[in-house]
Design a binder for this molecule. Structure first.
Ligand SMILES: Cc1ncc(COP(=O)(O)O)c(C=O)c1O
Length: 401
C-alpha cells in the first residue's frame, strides 16, 4: 500500500509512519468497528470520546504531565496560540493584579518563530513587550539566528510579568535549546523571577513535541504544539495548561482585559473537555495512532536516543564537509537542532546540484525555508535511522565528487 513513497525530510507537514497511515486508511472506512469512518463520526459519539481520552492519557503518561496541568486539544495551529497565550495570560494577570497601570510580556527571541510571536503580542497590545534577549545580537553577522545566547545575555527585568515566552526549537533557523541543564545552550530557568511559584512561563514546542522529554514541564504555565511535525496531520494543536491559567476571561474583561474569543479561552476548552465546538477529528485520530505506536516503542526516552543518533550523524557529515570547504554549518556548535538540521552548500550552483542529486535518489523536501535559504533536513520522529543513513551516505558521496 505504501509503494512509491520517497524519503520525506520536510519541515512540516512532515513524514508520518507508513504503518500508521495504513491503519488510518482502514479507520477512514470503519472507525473502531462502528461501521462509520473516522471523518464521518460524531465528535460526541462514545467511541470518539473514548479515543480522545486515550490520546490525552498517551500524552500524559509519555511526557509525565502532572495533575496540576490539563491537556487540551484545539485548532488554529501554533499561530493561533501566538495570540491565545497573550490573551489568556493577560486576562489572568488582570484578575491577579487588577490595578496595574502597565503589564509586561517578556519574550526570549531565538529565531523566526519566537520573533513572530513577539510581533503578534505587540500587535494585540494590552502589555509592554520586552525582548529579554535577541539571539541575533550575538550571531556571527549580527543579523541571523545562529545560536542559543549565553545565559549572561538574558535580562528578565520585570518582577511580575504577565507572560514569559520562548520557543524550544526554531524550525526555520535550526536552533534548539539543549535539554541538558548543565549545557550553556539550556533554557535559563534559574534566571526567571523567583518570587512566585506560579510563573507564567510559555513554551512553543511545535517542532520538538514528543521528540524527547520536556525539561521542567511542571514549571510551565502553557506548553503548546501544532501536531504536524512529530505526531500527526495539520489541524490539531495540543495544549498543556497549568490549571491556574484556566481563568474566567469575561470576569477579566470587566476589569479592563481585552475580550477573549470563546474558542480561544483555555477555560472554555477545559470546561468542555476540548469539545466546546467540533474538534479536528481526523488529525486527532491519526495523532492518537502515532502516540500509541510511540508508547509501544518506549516513548520519548526511546525517541530522544534515536533522534540524537540521527542528528549526530548528520552534524558529523556537515563537519566533514566543512573541513573540505563544501558545506557550511548555519548554526554554532552546541545550539543545533535535533529536529531541523540546516547548512549551506558552498559554491555557485552547488546547492541546486545537491538538491537535484538527493531528489534523484528519492530524498525530498530538503530546501531550506524561503527566508533563510540553504538546506534543511528535518529528522522528525517518523524519519528512521536508516533513512538518515541514506542522506548521510549521499552527503559523503557528494564530498567525494
Ligand atoms: C516552532 C513553530 N511555531 C509555530 C509555528 C506556526 O505553526 P502553524 O503553521 O501551525 O500556525 C511553526 C510552524 O512551522 C513552528 O515551527
Amino acid at each position: 500500500m505504501s509503494d512509491g513513497r520517497v524519503i520525506n525530510f520536510g519541515a512540516g507537514p512532515s513524514a508520518l509512519p507508513a504503518s500508521v497511515l495504513e491503519e488510518a486508511a482502514k479507520g477512514l472506512l470503519n472507525f473502531n468497528g462502528t461501521g462509520i469512518g473516522i471523518a464521518e463520526i460524531s465528535h460526541r459519539s462514545k467511541e470518539f470520546t473514548a479515543f480522545l481520552a486515550e490520546v490525552e492519557s498517551l500524552i500524559r503518561s509519555q511526557l509525565d504531565v502532572p495533575e496540576t496541568h490539563s491537556i487540551l486539544f484545539t485548532q488554529g495551529g501554533g499561530s493561533a496560540q501566538f495570540s491565545a497565550v497573550v490573551l489568556n495570560l493577560l486576562a489572568r494577570h488582570h484578575l491577579l493584579n487588577p490595578d496595574l497601570p502597565e503589564r509586561d510580556l517578556d519574550y526570549v527571541v531565538t529565531g523566526s518563530w519566537s520573533k513572530k510571536a513577539a510581533e503578534e503580542a505587540r500587535r494585540l497590545g494590552g502589555g509592554r513587550v520586552n525582548v529579554v534577549v535577541d539571539a541575533r545580537a550575538s550571531s556571527k553577522d549580527g543579523r541571523t539566528f545562529d545560536s542559543i545566547p549565553a545565559h549572561a545575555s538574558y535580562s528578565f527585568t520585570s518582577p511580575n510579568p504577565a507572560l514569559i515566552y520562548y520557543c524550544e526549537n526554531e524550525t526555520v533557523d535550526g536552533v534548539e535549546f539543549s535539554n541538558d541543564a548543565s549545557s550553556p545552550a539550556s533554557f535559563p530557568f534559574h534566571l526567571l523571577p523567583q518570587n512566585t511559584p506560579l510563573l507564567p512561563l510559555v513554551g512553543d514546542y511545535s517542532s520538538s513535541f514528543m521528540s524527547r522529554p520536556i525539561p521542567r514541564l511542571a514549571d510551565h504555565a502553557i506548553i503548546y504544539a501544532g501536531a504536524q511535525k512529530n505526531i500527526g496531520p495539520a489541524g490539531l494543536t495540543i495544549l498543556i495548561v497549568r490549571k491556574d491559567c484556566l481563568v474566567d476571561v469575561d470576569a477579566a474583561a470587566k476589569l479592563g482585559a481585552a475580550p477573549v474569543p470563546l474558542t480561544m479561552a483555555y477555560k472554555t476548552l477545559a470546561d468542555n473537555s476540548s469539545v466546546y465546538n467540533t474538534p479536528a477529528v481526523l488529525p486527532i485520530y491519526i495523532s492518537g495512532l502515532v502516540l500509541r505506536r510511540s508508547a509501544e516503542q518506549g516513548g520519548v526516552q526511546y525517541y530522544e536516543a534515536l533522534n540524537k543518533r540521527k542528528a549526530d550523524k548528520l552534524y558529523a557529515a556537515i563537519k566533514e564537509g566543512e573541513a573540505r570547504g563544501v558545506f557550511r554549518a548555519k548554526v554554532k556548535e552546541g545550539s543545533g537542532s535535533l529536529m531541523n538540521v540546516v547548512f549551506d552548500v558552498v559554491g555557485d550552483g552547488a546547492e541546486a546540484k545537491f538538491i537535484s542529486g538527493a531528489e534523484a535518489l528519492g530524498m525530498k523536501a530538503i530546501k531550506g525555508h524561503r527566508s533563510v535559504g540553504g538546506i534543511r533536513v528535518s529528522l522528525y520522529n517518523a524519519v528512521t535511522e536508516e533513512q538518515t543513513d541514506v542522506i548521510v551516505a549521499f552527503m559523503k558521496s557528494f564530498l567525494a565528487q
